[in-house]
Every structure is written in structure tokens, then in C-alpha cells.
Design a protein around this ligand. Sequence first.
Ligand code: KG4
Ligand code: ZN
Length: 344
Amino acid sequence: MALILGIESSCDETAAAVIDTDRRILSHKLAGQEAAHRPYGGVVPEIAARAHVEALEPLVAAALDEAGVTLDEIDAIAATAGPGLIGGVMVGLVTAKALALAADKPLIAVNHLEGHALSPRLADAKLQFPYLLLLVSGGHCQLLFVEGVGRYRRLATTIDDAAGEAYDKTAKLLGLGFPGGPAVEKAALEGDPKAVKLPRPLVGTPEPHFSFAGLKSAVLRARDAGIHRTEDIAASFQQAVVDCLIDRTRRAIGNAPGATALVVAGGVAANKTVRAALETLADENALPFFAPPLWLCTDNAAMIGWAGAERFLEGHSDPLDFAARPRWPLDPNAEKARGAGVKA
Ligand code: KG4
Ligand code: ZN
């Protein structure tokens, strides 16, 4: 059994956690930055980086303290090294390097997406490779065939916005505040998902790619029509997203023979309607369904520690000059999705 210190700072959450290779979460600490970004209606990179600098050191100390361990007792230090906002990633990675150097511990540079991708295995030891993963976050919307640690085959991606991004933009358009996902989910509870006719972009196309930009524009038109309740637009938007996710994932199941489970991870996986629809889809296809607990879906350091643990168990560590990577695809061989713009 080994103890791993995990550090996360790629977007707007500063986080530190201590976990062990037996899946015990000894501590997990999180400092959100919502208040700092709220006036701008989105994450401001420079504000984020400065907030990480202020929050990280005390958070690491608190995580070690709560776990009841010293830095000397830690076996490896795992930090997000990308993809993400470069300023924030550098704060976490440099801190991890300094701790690794000072305490003479191995450094593990973690791909944030791998943190999400493996998080369901931290939550549940029963989940084995290979599995079909729907990774839905603020920056990504991908279907991946997960063969093992570091072994990903991307089956599909978004050609424009990510699903979480669509939630955030819809929340902004509807004046529901920031962060958008939970706000839209809450408003949708009071609305009729059939009230507003919205498109289901790419549904039915042979390759299971995603597109959400047109949906966002349709939300804008529905709002400007001035005849719909905000709650009805929110519920109809959410239903459209769910329909897209389910249609695309259903198609990917056909392209992923050998998958032992259907798995969802990333911030949007915290959405109850999304989870329930995917669970039904898994049942229909006689696949076990795995989704991490809600707190483990959105950004946190326990999942970074766990990705580090999985790599540590394989004897992996990284050099102290490992450079932060603002872009870092899980499947470097994946071709660009047809119709995709320049975004990763
Ligand atoms: O994984 P995550 O914390 O950060 C990234 O790596 O992007 O995902 C954040 C995204 C945001 O777009 C947020 O609006 C969305 O996940 N999100 C949700 C919910 N909670 C967070 N979307 C829909 N419903 C939710 N309950
Ligand atoms: Zn994330």
C-alpha cells in the first residue's frame, strides 16, 4: 500500500488530497473560486492563477494534516500537468516539483483527463478495463474506449462546444448565474422538457461525434422570443443535451465491442438527469453502469491522486523538468473530427 498526495489546479478549483493505493481517501480539500469569477460570468485565467498561488500551500498542509500524515510518509506526489489553463497548471505542477525535490519523492505528472477517466475506478474496485467512457466536462465531450492506464482510443469528440460549456453558456443566456451546470439543472426541475422545440445536433449521424453550438444559438432565439418561461427553456435545453448524449453513446456502444461497462465521468456526470438516462441505456445493453459520486465528478484532487496511484503501481514516475502541457489529448492518434474547428 502506498500513499499519494494529489494536487489539482487546472481550472478554477484549487485542490489537494491524500489517497492510498487501496482506494482509501484519507483527505480531500477544495478551494473554489466562484466568487472571484462570478462578476465576469466565466473563469478569468489570470485571476484563477493568482487564486491558486494563494490557496495551494495551505490546502496541501491541511490535506496532510487531515490525513494524519507528514510529507515524509507520502510515497509519491501527483499533480495535474495539463490540459488546462497554463497559469494554474504551472502553479500546481511547480508546487508538486518543489515538494518532490525537498522531500525526495517521485513526481507523477497527471493528465487531468486521465484523472476524470480513472475516477470511477477510485470509487469502485469492481470496474475493470476495458470500458466505454463518456467524458463530459467543461472543456471536453468525448467517447473513449479505455483499455488501461494510459491506453485510450477516442471514438468521438465534440466538433464545437463541450457539454459543460453548453450548460455554462445557456446559464449565462438565461441569467441563471455561474457556474452554469448546477444552476440549469435546478431551474430545469421546475420546467417542462417538452415546452420548447430545440435541435438535437448530429443525432443519427454514423460517427458518434457531438455538437452543441447550434443548441446554444437556439436557446438564445427561444429566450429572445419572449414567450417561454426560463424554467421551460432550461428543462428543454437539458432534455436536448441528454438526447444527444444518449444517441451518441448508444452508437458508440456498437463501436466498442469488448467493453465490460458503460462509464460516465467529468463535471456534467454530476447531473442527475444525465446519469439516469445513461443508466437506462446501460441496462438496455446489458452493461453494468458506473458513475462516480457527485463530488468526484467535478474537479478535485482525489482523482488526480488516484491517476497517480494507478501509474505509481505500474512503476511510473516523471522527471522534475516535465513541462506543463496546455493541450494534452488522451489519444494522440485520434484524427480531427470532421467539421471540427481549431479547438482541441
Ligand atoms: O470536470 P469539471 O469540474 O471541469 C472541467 O474539467 O471542465 O466540469 C465542469 C463543468 C462545467 O461546465 C459545469 O457547468 C458542469 O461541469 N457541471 C454540470 C453540473 N455540475 C457541473 N453540468 C450539468 N449539471 C450539473 N449538475
Ligand atoms: Zn475537469
